[in-house]
Design a binder for this molecule. Structure first.
Ligand code: TXA
Ligand code: MG
Length: 350
């Protein structure tokens, strides 16, 4: 049975933190909030705990886990070296939504890293995540706390929906603020490479290091020539049960096209959904029109994306049409997740 505990986000209660930490030390699984999405924590140095994580999520065991730390001194024992560019990036962005890939040390089991000789490490800034990790005294393996393939959870209720009965504890610390998973940057080579876009953008990183590259597989459909470097990025992901299609073009054309598509689907007896914005939501005719937020506030769109995708499933919608967003700054992370949710299916409205 899964215990659900509510905790204060600003001042996590010490006794609740200790209860969660004890479960982790004993090899159990605890879901907890971070500033990006909810994570499913387990002892990252314990192969058995990591196997439980893969099993609970239904995740392929070649898809490595991120180790979460709560102070810089916890990094050294789990990595073989700290390259100079990595040092600059962590000085600037840790704690925060940035994951870095290092050569791993021997104490990190291959089960944790999906067989790779590198390890992903993140130092989250969320007070609850920090407190639980610190109290456990362990590097905590923490994938997103969803069933494999579903949108990442931004609320404790999402975690409960996917994993209730499969894990020991869910710590409810409210909504995850950013709402999209952390930026992943590989710092094991000469030039840092972004493997997954997130809140910390290329432009932000280039204020502290000379150059940052972006894995070209990030915005296109994975293929034999274009294989993403983060194993997890090759899987279809974030997908609701509904079939999602992105519709591109100028606003008027998009609205017109989506309304036509919904009308046609409706005639075939399908339940239709539209992912709209505050500016456009009143112009759509569909069974469910959900707004992601204001277009000029990408942080709102990002924070709502996974919740809205889950909502369509909850409403039993068959087809979802979505507007697209500029692929710049934080928009890159939004479009990366949207493209995956849509299985890269995209229609031109013009
Ligand atoms: O924001 C986040 O990063 C959240 C919160 C909970 O911290 N965690 C998260 O973990 O998104 P997960 O497991 O859902 O995604 C980790 C991604 C996967 O795509 C995985 O393939 C990639 O990181 N990854 C992990 N270790 C790697 C490695 N050594 N080399 C390349 N990619 C790696
Ligand atoms: Mg995930």
């Amino acid at each position: 049975e899964t215990r659900l505990i509510k905790i204060s986000t600003e001042n996590p209660e010490a006794d609740l933190v200790e209860e969660a930490a004890r479960v982790l030390r004993e090899g159990g699984l605890v879901a907890f909030p971070t500033e990006t999405v909810y994570g499913l924590g387990g002892n990252g140095l314990d192969s058995e705990a990591c196997k439980k994580i893969y099993f609970a999520k239904g995740r392929p065991s070649d898809n490595p886990l991120i180790l979460h730390i709560s102070q810089i001194s916890e990094l050294r024992p789990i990595v073989r070296e700290i390259p100079p560019e990595a040092q600059k990036l962590m000085d600037a962005f840790w704690p925060g939504p940035l994951t870095m890939i290092f050569p791993k040390s021997d104490i990190v089991p291959l089960t944790t890293t999906g067989g790779l000789d590198t390890v992903a490490v993140r130092f989250p800034s969320h007070p609850v995540a920090m407190a639980i990790i610190r109290a456990s005294g362990l590097p905590i393996a923490g994938p997103s706390a969803n069933s494999s393939g579903k949108p990442s959870p931004t609320r404790a209720s999402h975690v409960a929906f996917d994993l209730s009965g499969k894990i020991d504890m869910i710590v409810d610390g409210g909504a995850a603020e950013w709402g999209l998973e952390s930026t992943i940057v590989d710092v094991s080579g000469e030039i840092p490479i972004i493997l997954r876009p997130g809140a910390i953008t290329k432009e932000m990183m280039e204020t502290v290091v000379d150059q940052v590259l972006i894995d070209p597989a990030i915005l296109s459909k994975p293929s034999d020539d274009l294989r993403p470097k983060a194993p997890g990025m090759k899987y279809t992901h974030y997908s609701p049960v509904a079939k999602v299609t992105l519709v591109k073009g100028d606003t008027k054309a998009v609205i017109c096209k989506i309304n036509q598509l919904c009308a046609a689907d409706g005639e075939q007896g399908k339940k239709t959904g539209v992912m709209a914005t505050e500016e456009t939501k009143s112009f759509y005719q569909a069974d469910a029109v959900l707004s992601l937020g204001k277009r000029e506030k990408p942080e709102e769109i990002g924070a709502n994306l996974f919740r809205v995708l889950r909502k369509f499933d909850f409403l039993g919608v068959d087809t979802v049409y979505s507007e697209v967003f500029p692929e710049e700054g934080e928009g890159l992370a939004i479009m990366n997740r949207l493209n995956k949710a849509a299985g890269y299916s995209r229609i031109d409205a013009e």
